[in-house]
Design a protein around this ligand. Structure first.
Ligand SMILES: [Zn+2]
Length: 78
């Protein structure tokens, strides 16, 4: 009886590795591709506001037609 359980456990382990591993690799590849499509989005860099010259992090900055702005006022967004 123990041998049967052991065999099942081994099969389950092999099955798990065969099924799970490619999925993890696929997810990782998808993430890498997504990062490639949006270069520098996760990277926090300091950018200068086009209007007032204030330095803000790229995450906080507003990007209007390819230029960085510190606030909606500077970007003239209504
Ligand atoms: Zn500004």
């Amino acid at each position: 009886m123990l041998k049967i359980l052991l065999t099942i456990a081994v099969i389950a382990a092999v099955y798990f590795f065969l099924i799970k591993k490619p999925q993890v690799a696929k997810k990782r590849r998808e993430r890498e591709e997504a990062e490639k499509r949006k270069p520098g989005l996760d990277e926090e860099i300091m950018v200068e506001c086009e209007k007032c010259g204030t330095y803000i992090s790229s995450k906080e900055a507003l990007i209007v037609s390819g230029k960085y702005y510190c606030s909606k006022e500077c970007a003239e967004v209504k």
